[in-house]
Design a protein. Structure first.
Length: 127
């Protein structure tokens, strides 16, 4: 069963993102940080991971690197409240399929999810 993994240290953000994605028909799991996300991925890799950049402990960029290395089939969307060109460029270089800035509405998130799905389908068809 393919699912979207939400990784954010703020429970309120995890909760409302879970509700949004479930209302769009996605199966969702949530993790409060990088270590919890890695455990979830080891059990069952996500189809898409929506990951906060700034988290206590390991940040989202280090998580992105590990996920792309260990589970290259997972599309990663990075999200942050800080719009920093260097962070955006690094996340793209490290394999993120999209980058959205908080606070974001339902439509930008849905568009990012659709782009991620499209990219992953294209990669699978090229195999």
């Amino acid at each position: 069963m393919s699912y979207v993994l939400i990784v954010d240290d703020e429970s309120s953000i995890r909760n409302f993102l879970t509700r949004w994605l479930q209302s769009w028909g996605y199966t969702v799991k949530a993790a409060a940080g990088a270590d919890e996300a890695i455990s979830a991925m080891a059990e069952e890799p996500a189809f898409i991971m929506l990951c906060d950049v700034m988290m206590p402990g390991r940040d989202g960029l280090s998580l992105l690197e590990e996920v792309r290395r260990r589970w290259p089939q997972t599309a990663v969307i990075m999200a942050t409240a800080v719009q920093d060109l260097e962070t955006i460029m690094r996340s793209r270089k490290d394999g993120a399929v999209d980058y959205i800035t908080k606070p974001f509405g339902r439509e930008p998130l849905l568009q990012a999810l659709r782009r991620a799905e499209g990219q992953m389908r294209n990669e699978k068809s090229e195999e």
